[in-house]
Ligand binder design. Structure first.
Ligand code: 5GP
Length: 204
């Protein structure tokens, strides 16, 4: 029987750099896990490709996918839907492949309810001042918007306790190394390994 793959969920407050860390994880040719491409109703940014960066869909299509039970999780974030198609994740996990999700916090909490056996990794900012400068640095937001995002970020950081691991995103490649270390360690958990020895034990 194929051992089911691990579901790895990377999440964290907005502006913490989840996307950058995810890109670095998959740039590494040694990465063995697969990325689950999300569905979204936001418009593609320059250079983004449908079916590679996201599945770009209309609100109607997204809402139909929800009502058909085809989403593992979804959330509305800054006026757009984002979500993880369920079939792909199930199919790959059943084939023994580790699947990596990079999603915001509400979605991660839904996954935790449905698949508590997943590995939940929280990416944290080195400090709140750094987070603030990233939120400001993103573009043209007014101070009010930045303050509102900081408030959300604070609330989100308090969610850390619901995760299995916390990884600080100070140096991207360090964060990548830590994430890979977590996945490697998870594979060594006795509950994942023990069944391989069961047959041998029976023979003895
Ligand atoms: P962006 O629009 O910058 O690509 O992504 C915005 C936010 O949506 C990021 O925090 C990203 O982690 C999150 N996100 C991307 N895909 C998904 C998804 O499938 N589900 C959820 N819940 N969040 C997602």
């Amino acid at each position: 029987m194929t051992e089911r793959g691990l579901l790895i969920v990377l999440s964290g407050p907005s502006g913490v750099g989840k996307g950058t860390v995810r890109e670095a994880v998959f740039k590494d040719p040694e990465t063995k896990f697969e990325y689950s491409i999300s569905m979204t109703t936001r418009k593609p940014r320059e250079g983004e490709v449908d079916g590679v960066d996201y599945y770009f869909r209309s609100r109607e299509e997204f809402e139909k996918a929800i009502s058909d039970g085809k989403m593992l999780e979804y959330a509305e974030y800054v006026g757009n839907y984002y979500g993880t198609p369920l079939d792909y994740v199930e199919e790959r996990l059943n084939s023994g492949v580790d699947i990596f999700l990079e999603i915001e916090i509400q979605g991660a909490m839904q996954v935790k309810k449905r698949m508590p056996e997943g590995v939940f990794i929280f990416l944290t900012p080195p400090d709140l001042a750094e987070l603030k400068s990233r939120l400001i640095g993103r573009g043209t937001e007014t101070l009010d918007v930045v303050e509102a995002r900081m408030k959300t970020a604070k609330e989100e950081i308090e969610m850390m306790a619901s995760y299995d691991y916390a990884v600080v995103n100070d140096v991207v490649l360090d964060a990548v190394r830590k994430i890979k270390g977590i996945v490697e360690t998870e594979h060594l958990k006795t509950e994942r390994v023990i069944h391989r020895y069961q047959n041998m034990l029976e023979e003895i």
